[in-house]
Design a binder for this molecule. Structure first.
Ligand code: AMP
Ligand code: MG
Length: 412
């Protein structure tokens, strides 16, 4: 028998911060796994990485030119050798001599500077240095200038982007130990749902949430191990949920959490898991059930497409990023100026908007039209959820509010 908080407690409307705190208190770190360097992009580094060698490992030229002794008074130098990248000759540069050197080639013994070829003139087996002063160290890349041995190259939780993967490659880290992706199942529920490639019959609609939520989960760094839709049938949903809970780190459902007698996810969660809350004081997405069953997290989102995606954005995405141990969990919040007046509701509202940089340099938010929670078009092209605080008085155009950036800034 799972212990349940009292019903009145479960149905209490939580503020989004309270709901987030409850979710975060239930999160467990995921184990790590080794992946080939080539597959490590956009994964989360599991451990701090200390450079075990200097990078670069040898003193090298940063120019094509001549390796010389810096404080040689004579401009005439006898050419005593050639040093090209990846090829090491053994010779010594001393006063009165120089060696041809290419970018990235190791500095020959005795040389203390490189003079770029543009500042020289070739005269048979000699080179004439046409540069007033040559200082020791000129055009030389010192050992360990990128990364000195023993220093932290990348911290645990680093998201491995293109620069980071380059650092890993440069330090010879292959395979790379990353945090395992959370394994996710996505179940959309509703008797009215048909597959996108099917022709809906009377009263039927195509299941869009499953595909929206799959994409959102992948973008958040998860691996979708199963996805499907099920009818509003207690037996079928129960059978599916039991297996999905057993085989997933996270189960995401859509639909069936409202007050109708076919809203079966709500009672089923009560039967199969520990329910922590059912309602959040926000718009859209007020019915939002969060439950756990041993290690598995269950997020049950409402069926309206915008409510489902906004609920994912506000709660599920940060939870997944936190489980992944990512250094950055939340999307940025930016101050924006409202382009048009808005009428707040009794709950915090996440208005879909396009935030752009205005001529004044300020960020301006333009809502994406009608904000009905069934209108997926309000999210299409939106790069922000503008937080409209609850209240009764109209918020005038020009007011400053916060926006959660869900996409890149627009610049038109
Ligand atoms: P529910 O939360 O189950 O009461 O559903 C609320 C609204 O969202 C209804 O109009 C449903 O038809 C619609 N809906 C539910 N699930 C989906 C889905 N997977 N894709 C698109 N719309 C859905
Ligand atoms: Mg339904």
């Amino acid at each position: 028998m799972v212990s349940q908080p009292a019903i009145s407690d479960l149905d209490r409307m939580l503020r989004p911060e309270e709901a987030r705190a409850i979710i975060f208190s239930r999160l467990q770190a995921l184990p790590s796994e080794a992946v080939a360097l080539g597959d490590a992009a956009w994964r989360v580094l599991a451990h701090e990485l200390v450079a075990l060698e200097n990078h670069p490992p040898f003193e090298a030229s940063t120019m094509d030119g001549y390796a010389v002794v810096a404080d040689d008074p004579s401009p005439w130098r006898e050419i005593v050798g050639r040093q090209t990248a990846g090829h090491v000759e053994v010779f010594v540069v001393e006063l009165g001599t120089a060696a041809w050197i290419t970018t990235g080639a190791p500095l020959p013994q005795g040389a203390t500077a490189v003079v770029p070829v543009e500042a020289t003139e070739l005269a048979e087996d000699h080179v004439i240095i046409r540069q007033e002063r040559v200082e020791p160290g000129d055009n030389i890349r010192p050992v360990g200038v990128d990364l000195a041995r023993g220093t932290v190259a990348l911290t645990a939780g680093t998201i491995i982007g293109s620069a980071e993967i380059g650092v890993l490659a440069g330090l010879g880290i292959d395979p790379v130990t990353v945090v395992r992706k959370p394994r996710i199942s996505v179940l959309s529920t509703g008797n009215e749902l048909v597959e996108p490639r099917e022709l809906p019959g009377p009263g039927q609609i195509r299941d869009s949430n499953r595909f929206s939520l799959i994409s959102a989960a992948i973008e958040a760094g998860a691996e979708v191990v199963w996805a499907g839709h099920g009818p509003d049938d207690l037996g079928e949903l129960r059978a599916t949920l039991i297996v999905r809970i057993a085989e997933s780190d996270v189960v995401i459902t859509s639909g069936g959490v409202s007050m109708g007698d076919l809203d079966l996810i709500k009672p089923l969660l009560g039967e199969l898991a520990d329910v922590h809350f059912r309602r959040v004081l926000m718009k859209p997405g007020k019915p939002f059930n969060f439950a756990t069953s041993s290690e598995t997290l269950i997020f049950s989102l409402p069926g309206n497409p915008v409510s489902a995606l906004v609920g994912f954005e506000i709660f599920v995405r940060p939870a997944l990023r936190h489980m992944l141990g990512a250094n950055v969990i939340d999307r940025p919040r930016l101050p924006v100026r409202l382009e048009a007046a808005v009428r707040p509701s009794d709950r915090i509202e996440f208005q879909r908007a396009v935030v752009r940089v205005a001529d004044t340099g300020e960020l301006v938010a333009r809502p994406t039209g009608t904000q009905a929670s069934s209108r997926l078009a309000s999210l299409v092209g939106a790069n922000a959820l503008v937080e409209i605080p609850p209240g009764s008085a109209e918020i005038p155009a020009g007011a400053r509010l916060e926006a959660l950036m869900i996409g890149p800034l627009a610049s038109f």
